[in-house]
Design a protein around this ligand. Structure first.
Ligand code: VGL
Ligand code: ZN
Length: 202
């Protein structure tokens, strides 16, 4: 059984949003075309409380995109984004939600960021996604969405570590930084993941 994991396809991550990923909106029609080819479709939603410690605004004298040490983990400081209950945190209005069986929220703990859909960045708490997928008989996961070099990449890495056969649908994700995404793809492959273009799955 194969699951499609649609990562953080939210208004704040597309052009015009608070943490816009270049061409982020182009993943929406691709995600919609892919969905019917899977046994299960699941989405994640970045879902931060106000004042989340991944926000530069929570650290006096710090700038957006600086990296700091946050409770023992390296943390890129982001613009305020995906605030719980705001339009920016909603899934993109053109994303077809009819086949999305569950939405896993992450980033709710103010003290730690959570790029992966499975675990926070310190692997301290899980979201329950792995158990959910196993309960549905899923052995293979395909990862797409935003951003390719952060939440999509970390989700694919965790999926591999958790024992899922993992494919990154490279052109169904868009990165914040192109070089970072090239490295992410190489790393996924090195860890035993597959890379595919979305046309190969239609
Ligand atoms: C993301 C940075 C901060 C993502 C989420 O969805 O890739 N990136 N929060
Ligand atoms: Zn975030």
């Amino acid at each position: 059984m194969k699951a499609l994991l649609l990562i953080d396809i939210q208004n704040d991550f597309v052009p015009g949003g608070a943490l816009a990923v270049p061409a982020g909106d182009t993943v929406v029609p691709i995600a919609n075309r892919l969905q019917p080819h899977f046994d299960l479709v699941v989405a994640t939603q970045d879902w931060h409380p106000a004042g989340h410690h991944s926000f530069a605004s929570a650290h006096a004298g710090r700038e957006v995109f600086e990296t700091i040490d946050l409770h023992g983990l390296p943390q890129v400081l982001w613009p305020d984004h995906c605030l719980q209950g705001t339009p920016g945190a909603e899934l993109h209005p053109q994303l077809d939600q009819r086949r999305i069986e569950a939405i896993f929220r992450k980033g709710t703990d103010p003290d730690i960021d959570s790029y992966s859909g499975f675990n926070d960045n310190g692997h301290r708490k899980s979201t329950g996604l792995a158990d959910y997928l196993r309960g549905k008989g899923i052995k293979q996961v395909y990862v797409a969405g935003l951003a390719g070099d952060y939440c999509v990449y970390f989700t694919a890495k965790d999926a591999l570590e958790l024992g899922f056969e993992t494919t990154l649908i490279t052109d169904a994700a868009r990165p914040i930084n192109a070089e970072g995404y090239a490295q992410a793809q190489a790393d996924v492959q090195q860890r035993g993941g597959k890379l595919l273009g979305f046309h190969d799955l239609l």
